[in-house]
Design a protein around this ligand. Structure first.
Ligand code: APR
Length: 370
């Protein structure tokens, strides 16, 4: 029950069905249509001849013949005429018809090319948006357990909106530690002594509370102290309860709060948002099996990818995202473009995981969920 964008030649995919961007005659052509017919062999054309063609927005199914897939679903996309001739609706109809046909034939995995984004001239970023929006809506509404791939044949045929691309590129440029050596500069002398003082404060507090030093390991790594040093108890208490709804009365309460691991925190947030489990894992683009594994183990340690996918599904703020990550022993890092791109979307209040995945794909980063 998820959507994955991959760089792949669709004719090589071992899935239940691949979708062909065909023409109304269904007798082969160029582009992906030609590639599929060449790889499938003459049997495909013979069966296509019996179908009597196909209307734009509709879909018909044949066997896969010499292809590694079971079925080929042929659909005909709209030719782009500027966007005022119902192209969007017709293109969306292609994805819906193909997905319904795949579900009717019990397909658990389906691969799409970017329909109409080649010879038919549909602008690639718009074609991508229609594809991911339509597939997402189908997956959210359907109970079919289906993994959908969007197979991008070459990077040139993939594009997200220029404005979005520029916004993310600028945010990476402003934040990516890998580019800003200043960020990884050694500490200045006065910062070193502030850090040493902070460390001594921590040790004092540990002593007072007879608390093992490692109990505070999860306290976020110290940035150089602010100009005026925080009073030791209050500063630590604030750091321990960062992101909590209400400040804890004492460090003991704060630590008790921290005991709340990833899963209890996740389930509490799902309840707060009034979501069901199904809505949550579908919005996170993760499959049911993984979600039930997380749900059934109070001490589950998810991957950062899964933790962030769930943070996006719950539409957590940046503070809450840092909080849920810390409960799995994880943290956002400006040394990772992947983290920075996710931070960009959260900071801008954009929580469509499929749009985020398009951006991650455009920047050659791993995708969320799936
Ligand atoms: N695997 C995955 N995607 C592919 C492959 C492949 N082997 N070959 C091409 N593509 C991509 C293209 O890069 C493009 O992004 O498929 C997308 C759709 O491009 P076209 O194949 O040109 O299809 P479309 O734009 O829908 O035009 C359909 O072209 O081939 C003819 O007979 C077809 O008349 C019909 C028209």
């Amino acid at each position: 029950m998820s959507l994955e964008i991959i760089r792949q030649d669709i004719t090589r995919m071992h899935v239940d069905a691949i979708v062909n961007a065909a023409n109304p005659a269904l007798l082969g052509g160029g582009g992906v249509d030609g590639a599929i017919h060449r790889a499938a062999g003459p049997g495909l054309l013979e069966e296509c001849r019996t179908l009597g063609g196909c209307k734009t927005g509709e879909a018909k199914i044949t066997r896969g013949y010499d292809l590694p897939c079971r079925y080929v679903i042929h659909t005909v996309g709209p030719i782009w005429h500027g966007g005022h001739a119902g192209e969007r609706e017709k293109l969306a109809a292609c994805y819906k018809s193909a997905l319904r046909l795949a579900r009717a034939h019990g397909c658990g995995s389906v691969a799409f090319p970017l329909i109409s984004a080649g010879v038919y001239g549909y602008p690639r970023d718009k074609a991508l948006r229609v594809a991911t929006d339509t597939i997402r809506d189908f997956l959210m509404e359907s109970d079919a357990d289906m993994h959908v791939y969007l197979a991008i044949f070459d990077k040139a045929s993939f594009a997200i909106g220029e404005k979005l691309y520029a916004g993310i590129a600028q945010y990476i440029d402003d934040n990516y530690a890998g580019q800003h050596t200043a960020r990884s500069r050694s500490l200045l002398p006065e910062e070193m002594c502030e850090l040493a003082k902070a460390q001594r404060d921590i040790e004092d507090v540990c002593e007072e509370m007879a608390m093992p030093q490692e109990a505070l390991r999860e306290v976020p790594p110290f940035a150089p102290m602010a100009a005026k040093p925080e009073p030791k108890k209050r500063g630590l208490l604030e750091r321990l309860t960062r992101g909590a709804k209400k400040p804890a009365a004492s460090i003991e309460d704060a630590l008790a709060e921290l005991e709340d691991g990833f899963t209890p925190y996740l389930l509490r947030k799902i309840d707060e948002r009034g979501m069901t489990d199904v809505q949550c894992y579908k919005k996170a683009n993760i499959d049911r099996k993984l979600f039930s594994k997380i749900r059934s183990s109070a001490n589950y340690k998810p991957s950062k990818n899964t933790a962030l996918a769930l943070a996006i599904a719950l539409e957590l703020s940046l503070e809450e995202t840092r909080d849920i990550l810390s409960r799995a022993g994880l943290a956002l890092s400006h040394a990772s473009k992947f983290d920075i791109i996710i931070e960009y979307f959260i900071a801008n209040g954009q929580y469509d995981i499929f749009e985020i995945n398009e951006a991650l794909f455009a920047f050659d980063q791993p995708l969320l969920g799936a």
